[in-house]
Unconditional design. Structure first.
Lengths: 98, 98
DNA sequence: GTCAGCTGCAACTCTTCACTTGCATTTCGG
DNA sequence: CCGAAATGCAAGTGAAGAGTTGCAGCTGAC
């Protein structure tokens, strides 16, 4: 998940798909300074992470963002952050008891 | 940022520091199946990302989580997710107008 | 039917990254 | 003062990842 978001090119692809809707790998490659194959491999990573989905439409494959996975991941991240804060607060309490 | 969170060992170090408070690199290395130097390098990455902070205490360096950076990053991530949802909603509206 | 456009598979290069080992340096305790 | 324990620096290895090129297979349009 974090691995999928760690690459700048993949984040660019995600924002592009989120902004302008679905697009084919070839169309995406024309807007980035990389080859079509590089885009295809990045899309495969994003797909494996559940962030996008590929749907065949005739002779091209349109890739689109899965908003469910995005929002679910965002809420999960905030939850983790809250847990971290709770732990830190508990540690501070223990420190004050001493 | 995402790069820092992408590695499992670094996430393990973070949760460890968040759970049990500050610790030295040597102490952390004893709880993980990696060498001390590996831990040191991971801590350097986490420090560069602003997630932890190293403070010298005598002959050892105690590393602790910076909760501010954690919560700030979490809120930033939710904000990005919301923006993505807004964009998707706008696209759907345009699609329905057609 | 044929041709152009898009996708899929495979192999290869090159850099980055995770991790290790070895040694020098500093510091606390008896 | 001396040894144990912790950090810091450096160099090196092995694997994973980002990117490329080349070619073959479908599919839609004219």
């Amino acid at each position: 998940m974090f691995v999928a978001l760690a690459d700048p090119t993949r984040r660019a692809l995600l924002t592009r798909l989120a902004t302008h809707g679905s697009a084919s790998a070839t169309a995406l490659a024309k807007e980035l300074p990389v080859s079509r194959q590089a885009v295809v491999q990045h899309l495969a990573v994003l797909d494996a992470a559940g962030l996008i989905r590929g749907r065949r439409a005739g002779r091209e494959v349109r890739h689109e963002v899965r908003s469910e996975a995005l929002t679910a991941t965002a809420s999960w991240m905030t939850r983790v952050a809250e847990q971290w804060d709770e732990r830190l607060a508990a540690i501070r309490e223990l420190a004050e008891e001493r």
